[in-house]
Design a binder for this molecule. Structure first.
Ligand SMILES: Cc1ncc(COP(=O)(O)O)c(C=O)c1O
Length: 382
């Protein structure tokens, strides 16, 4: 959220509420489109990290389509983007595959087993790919590292036959997460070494997501030159499918302090939202979001608080945020950069309501898009 946002607009936003700032999304999309155009590649929206479909008309003015990792994402792609998806799932289900193919332009298999099982069911015209695993990644957190030893994600060079089945048109890998262009260069070097014998017969390579193109300091020139080199050397179409980079720093989660509790001299401000339910990456990554009203650096200001979620999970809190002045019940806490891997991962654990969803339009007007109720909780169960 920009500090310049008009206070009246901010007050009109209910709490808790995920708020997309449309102008920031447009700014990211422009940057991503520049890469797409200068390197002459295709960039897809990966729906797994950001699927706020009310923003798809804006997204569609820059990106052609999306990548889907399930039937529901493929359906959303067709219904709300009006385009077929590039589909990749770790495993496909017998009872879904035929319908999934009606929603897809590309299908990527995670294993040769899956390829052999479903190959005959892929209709003509759908481009088939295999996910490979370069077994290298710069990601240090195991939970997010697809190149871990024993990973189930993609075929290693050793597990591939000498030549690929003739109808394989693409190779796909995904091993980065919020990574730099230098990290991609590193991965591509290894990918080239391990998989180059297959490249003459391949039409496209999908380099997955994890390219944090819209982050300050990302070396866009290096990315573009690397992609151009690869495209020219191997005469292949290059596809990227980021999520994080598209929704990076494009919105916030507004919350309100509903209690302040003290234990052994340490204060916790309890908010009307939950880390485990609404901001799970804060616990899983783990990562410490910036907040507008204070600092994630415990030493920056004199008043120190833990921030506590409203669920019963003991670990539903973040330690040691600091503030210029004491917090009080009713104060707002605004968590920054809360658009990617939030709304798509939320749960209603403890029956906690989902935060509302809204948008600040380019003319700075706030629009409330969705409010959740008991019915949403009840209808998720039976
Ligand atoms: C196969 C695949 N593609 C794309 C992405 C999107 O990655 P990011 O949001 O880091 O760009 C992911 C994320 O997990 C993924 O698994």
């Amino acid at each position: 959220m920009s500090r310049l946002l008009n206070q009246d607009i901010f007050e009109a936003i209910p709490s808790p509420c995920f708020v997309l700032e449309e102008e920031k999304l447009r700014r990211n999309l422009k940057k991503i489109d520049e890469v797409q155009k200068s390197a002459q590649i295709t960039i897809l929206l990966s729906l797994k990290g950001f699927a706020m479909w009310s923003s798809f008309s804006l997204i569609k003015s820059f990106l052609n389509t999306a990548s889907a990792s399930s039937m529901n994402e493929a359906k959303l792609c067709v219904e709300k983007l009006n385009e077929l998806s590039h589909t990749y799932a770790v495993g496909y289900r017998d009872d879904e595959f035929d319908e999934l193919m009606k929603l897809s332009s590309h299908v990527t298999f995670n294993s040769l087993n899956q390829y052999h099982k479903f190959n005959d069911q892929v209709p003509t015209g759908i481009s088939i790919g295999l996910r490979v695993n370069p077994e290298y990644s710069d990601v240090v957190v195991d939970l997010y590292n697809p190149a871990n030893p024993n990973s189930r994600l993609g075929l290693t060079s050793k597990s591939l036959p000498k030549s690929l089945p003739p109808n394989i048109e693409g190779l796909h890998f995904h091993v980065l997460c919020e990574s730099s262009a230098q990290a991609l260069v590193q991965v591509l070097k290894i990918f080239e070494k391990k998989f180059n014998k297959y490249l003459p017969n391949i039409k496209w390579i999908n380099l997955g997501g994890g390219h944090l193109i819209t982050n300050e300091g990302y070396d866009v020139e290096l990315l573009v030159n690397t992609l151009k080199y690869f495209k020219k050397t191997y005469q292949v179409e290059i596809i990227l499918e980021p999520s994080g980079a598209i929704a990076w720093r494009t919105g916030f989660l507004k919350t309100t302090i509903i209690d302040i509790v003290e234990n052994h001299g340490s204060l916790t401000a309890v908010i009307d939202a939950s880390f485990t339910c609404h901001m799970p990456d804060c616990l899983e990554m783990p990562y410490r979001p910036e907040i507008l009203e204070g600092s994630q650096d415990p030493k920056k200001y004199s008043f120190r608080y833990n921030l506590g979620g409203i669920s019963c999970l003991a670990g539903d809190f973040l330690e040691g945020y600091s503030f210029l002045k004491p917090l009080k019940i009713g104060d707002t806490l605004t968590f920054q950069d809360m658009m990617h891997y939030t709304m798509v991962k939320t749960t209603m654990f403890n029956g906690i309501n989902h935060p509302s969803i809204g948008v600040i339009r380019s003319d700075q007007k706030f629009e409330l898009l969705k409010v959740f109720s008991y019915r949403d909780y009840r209808d998720k169960l039976s």
